[in-house]
Design a protein. Sequence first.
Length: 412
Amino acid sequence: MISLIVLAIVFILIAIRNMFHIKIEIWEIMLFGAIAVIVTQQISINKAFEAIDMDVILFLFGMFVVGKALEMSGYLSQIAYSLFKGIENGDKLLLYIIFIFAFFSALLVNDTVAIIGTPVILLLAKKYKINTKASLLSLVFAITIGSVTTPIGNPQNFLIAVNSNIDFPFFTFLKYLLLPTLINLFVLYILIKFFYKFDFQKTKIGSFYSFVKDKKLAFLSKISISIILILVFLKIIFAFFHLKLDFKLTYIAILSSLPIIIFSNKRLEIIKEIDWHTLIFFASMFILMESVWETGFFQPLIKNDYLAITSTDSILLISIVLSQFLSNVPLVALYLPVLLSANVGEKGLMALAAGSTIAGNLSILGAASNVIIIQQAEKKGETITFFDFIKIGLPLTIINALVYWIFLYLIP
């Protein structure tokens, strides 16, 4: 039970750290949690090291390298200029931010878009003089909602697509989840407008110019982006034709970072400047969550034979709530075999995909992309507090769940 107490303390500290102006970062809180369960022998050191998912760590490392190179070369700001030039007002800019980043998160994995998108949002907020917090929240929620729609939008969707018997998973995800996702993105737009109405209504957008600062690094960054796009496209093709030849997202991230690591004379500076604190956060989170998992507290809640855990309603509710404590990927790894053995069908699996993903809108720890964005923003002197997050995230999650629930019942 000590692990559960430590987890509760971690949640509380993350919630109150900004309220009481406690100078402690999210990664430090999670590191404290990991150290606490090791020191109290809730998990052995060997088990702690085994718990760290190196695929995730290497994926983030590779994408951080690409993201930092894009930023340092000036090519990232050029991309931002190309995407957002010609926008006349703040409301239209908000709409563009939500739908553009949602689209990319469906194709490039939401964590990737979080890494690359955060500096773009900070740049737009600075150049266009719009509310930084509202813009960051738009990014946070847009990439979570957008990633619902495809099997490669996030790791838990990919897990469902690979381990289930769904025929043509891309079509299945789009059939059940595309239209409700578009509606939920408009809901996000309305909520951001409601809570930050004066900021966007009063914003007058002017143009800004961008130029590449390092041509060689920009060229290498273009190669890296091309590698990502090509390999993701191939991954889609392999999944569509059910080809056994496949490669992990980790391989995509590492391969895309190699041109920069091998050929850039700024490789050491880039590696030094990547977000190491976020890597520490995830390593620590894996250790703490493994310790919590070993308590056996949550397993009976999912495998309880007396609860209707295979209905669409229950799947949505359970996946949203328990993802806050187990994280969405471990939750899906545990829940999926139960649903497959019960032959829930496509609707049940799509409910699991939707619920475990929009769970990220309920709390900061609900999705890895949330933490990535906040950590990167805090390095630049900006942040999103627990209450900033939940005042929009709570109503958004409730509405999101209702919209997906309605469509899952309506679609034959």
